[in-house]
Design a protein around this ligand. Structure first.
Ligand code: HSE
Length: 426
């Protein structure tokens, strides 16, 4: 039976989940995969984390050199997160010829080319299924399951923390702060939750997934990004009244005009399949030219789901010595001829506070008319501020730039405060 020695760097939520799976399922892998996965060492200075998992003292490594030089270690699992230490450790491990499995989407989105170059040079494997969409095997699906297709679009909910927060705000009426605190407690949120709530975590993942799907480097800096920090209970309630649910969507499309990549909150109709994807669950729709639509759904964050993706990568690496590089076949810099689009189609929700006097609504309607934006829903209600009214609008399909121009014009009238502008997915 093949023996594979594993070292885990970092025993936080994901590293801890990986340790548990590897130790608890060892016999199962021997029986079903004919491979013995042995945790040879862990690199974790926090005694409390080591004690909580019952890691024997002789398994604790004290520095990366000890791991990289250990001939019994074949696979190094990086669960440290962030860049500085994680990147150096991964490079040390790859340079020593160890296969690396990482859950670090920031590291992969920013440095995939450098890491792959070093991996190839040292004939080491490099795998990153756990970097995107937790336990959902989206990367393996794109690389191995759908490689026969030209992928036209990827649309999904790819951040568990924000989906958890929005679900709590929608279903339990929690405040944003309460829901975020709970997401941290459950280990869904990143060490700095700003990465989740500002959409950066989803942008890293979308950059990795679109690069694989569209066979070209999609830098995360090209992702149009808006987070959920400005979402109010009022928007969620208005959406609910109109039959919509708010989600943080990641959208990647390849069109003849270029590549469109964006992460932002968007309303989906309550009968849309993504509307019922609640809590920390994630879901991704992929459209391939031959297969049509497929949807993957599952836990996008958490110790065991993410650990599941890591251990699957270890098993894959153990049985695929001929296929040691899982990823991009592109160059070190973005392709020069790729056009990243800043205008795109869609419908919009707007919440305005306006002076409650004759002619105001007509002025608003005429500004939308000027930009060829037609309205499908219009709702006016009283407002706490005396002399003001709240106006909620939903547009027909239009264009991002048309809406931005109309909003600018509305603001310039001085009659209207634009409280929120949210996209509505069709
Ligand atoms: N913070 C991430 C999320 C963890 O909430 O989705 C999984 O990548």
């Amino acid at each position: 039976m093949k023996k594979v020695g594993v070292s885990i760097l970092g025993l936080g939520v994901v590293g801890g989940g990986t340790y548990r799976i590897l130790t608890e399922q060892r016999d199962f892998y021997k029986r079903t995969q004919n491979v013995d996965l042995i945790v040879e060492s862990v690199l974790e200075p926090d005694e409390a984390k080591l004690a909580a998992l019952g890691v024997p003292a002789e398994k604790v490594a004290h520095n990366i050199a000890e791991v990289a030089l250990d001939p019994d270690v074949n696979v190094v699992v990086e669960c440290i997160g962030g860049i500085d230490e994680a990147k150096n450790y991964v490079l040390d491990a790859l340079s020593a010829g160890k296969t690396v499995v990482t859950s670090n989407k920031e590291l992969y989105a920013k440095y995939s080319h450098e890491l792959e170059r070093v991996a190839k040079h040292h004939n080491a494997g490099l795998f990153f299924e756990a970097s995107c969409v937790g336990g959902v095997p989206i990367i393996r699906t794109l690389i191995d399951g759908l490689q026969s297709n030209e992928i036209n679009s990827i649309i999904g909910i790819i951040n568990g923390t924000t989906n958890f927060i929005l679900t709590e705000m929608t279903e339990a009426g929690s405040s944003y702060e309460e829901a975020l605190a709970r997401a941290k407690e459950l280990g869904y949120a990143e060490a700095d939750p700003a990465a989740d709530v500002e959409g950066l975590d989803a942008a890293y993942k979308l950059s990795i997934l679109s690069s694989l799907a569209f066979h070209t480097k999609v830098p995360y800096t090209k992702v149009i990004r808006e987070g959920i920090t400005n979402i109010s209970k009022e928007d969620i309630a208005d959406g609910k009244a109109l039959g919509y649910v708010l989600k943080l969507l990641a959208i990647g499309r390849r069109t003849p005009a270029g590549i469109e990549v964006r992460v932002h909150p968007a309303f989906v109709r309550k009968d849309h399949p993504l509307a019922s994807v609640g809590g920390c669950n994630n879901a991704v729709f992929v459209h391939g030219n031959a297969v049509g639509d497929i949807m993957l759904l599952g836990r996008g964050a958490g110790a065991l789901p993410t650990g599941s993706a890591i251990v699957s990568d270890i098993l894959y690496a153990a049985s695929h010595t001929d296929f040691r590089y899982s990823t991009f076949k592109n160059t070190a810099s973005p392709d020069k001829d790729v056009n990243f689009l800043s205008d795109f189609g869609g419908a919009y929700y707007l919440r305005l506070t306006a002076d409650d006097e004759p002619g105001v609504l007509a002025k608003i309607a005429s500004i939308f008319g000027k930009y060829n934006i037609s309205l499908v829903e219009l709702l006016q209600r009283g407002c706490r501020e005396p002399g003001k009214a709240t106006i909620v609008l939903v547009t027909h399909e239009t264009h991002e730039l048309a809406v931005q121009n109309a909003v600018q014009k509305l603001r310039a009238t001085g009659l209207v405060q634009v409280e929120s502008v949210l996209r509505v997915a069709q």
